[in-house]
Design a binder for this molecule. Structure first.
Ligand code: SF4
Length: 233
């Protein structure tokens, strides 16, 4: 897997230290300030194809009206659709929310499960949402890959973007090993998600501000390329 695993401890340490020192507007979002799986599940269901800033008000209203899966199961789809309309979400999301409430109430005793396969069997719940629930709601170790963390891991490891990045064994095994070694998978995954989104951006990564630059394959590769250009000129 290349030289990075030997440096994984430093990557973990630096990512966590960075996350501890910065303050982001995202830190105030309600789903970041709970360790309860139900609100995390609802928030992630809303956050697909929307922005967090848009979702906050709707999320707060949903939690107020439907604080438990049982309450969500009793919701009228029309009411949910009205609440979700400002997010530009289709009626399918309202139907899915109600179905999730019903399934949780009827099959799981009103408890959000932690099993990945069971979570993924819920409507509108995919790999990322299921992992969020497991990591942030249940405190479990899991791989959490969105487009930002995939880009970050690819640069860190010097990988071309794989055809199916979420299933890329190098990325998955490294991410899992580091989340486990960090001792706090939620904190570690949050650090990597925030680093990918704010620093290792698609067009202009801020490598000079990145706490991982010492261990980043891409940074070393660029430095090598610069040295060889200087030598040959
Ligand atoms: S050093 Fe640059 S390319 Fe590497 S992970 Fe950080 S921001 Fe991304």
């Amino acid at each position: 897997m290349g030289p990075l695993p030997r440096r994984a401890a430093r990557v973990i340490r630096n990512a966590l230290a960075w996350r501890d020192t910065i303050r982001l507007v995202e830190d105030s979002y309600p789903w970041r300030n709970t360790r309860s799986p139900y609100p995390i599940l609802v928030a992630e269901m809303l956050l697909r194809k929307t922005t967090a800033g848009q979702v906050v008000g709707v999320f707060d209203e949903l939690m107020l009206r439907y604080p438990t899966p049982e309450k969500l199961a009793e919701a009228r789809v029309g009411t949910l659709a009205t609440l979700l309309r400002d997010l530009g979400l289709s009626g399918k999301r309202s139907v899915a929310l109600k179905q999730v409430g019903k399934l949780l109430a009827e099959r799981h005793g009103g408890v959000v499960p932690s099993d990945k396969t069971v979570l993924e069997s819920l409507p509108h719940v995919g790999d990322y949402t299921a992992s969020c629930v497991r990591v942030f709601g249940h405190g479990l170790t899991d791989v959490l890959l969105d487009s930002n963390t995939i880009r970050l891991y690819c640069r860190l490891l010097g990988l071309q973007r794989p055809r199916d990045p979420r299933r890329c064994p190098e990325i998955r095994s490294l991410s899992l090993a580091m989340a486990r070694a960090a001792g706090n998978p939620a904190r570690f995954n949050l650090a990597m998600l925030d680093l990918g989104r704010t620093t290792c951006t698609a067009r202009k990564p801020a490598c000079n501000l990145c706490p991982l630059r010492r261990d980043c394959h891409e940074v070393h590769q660029r430095a090598r390329a610069r040295r060889s250009t200087t030598r040959s000129s």
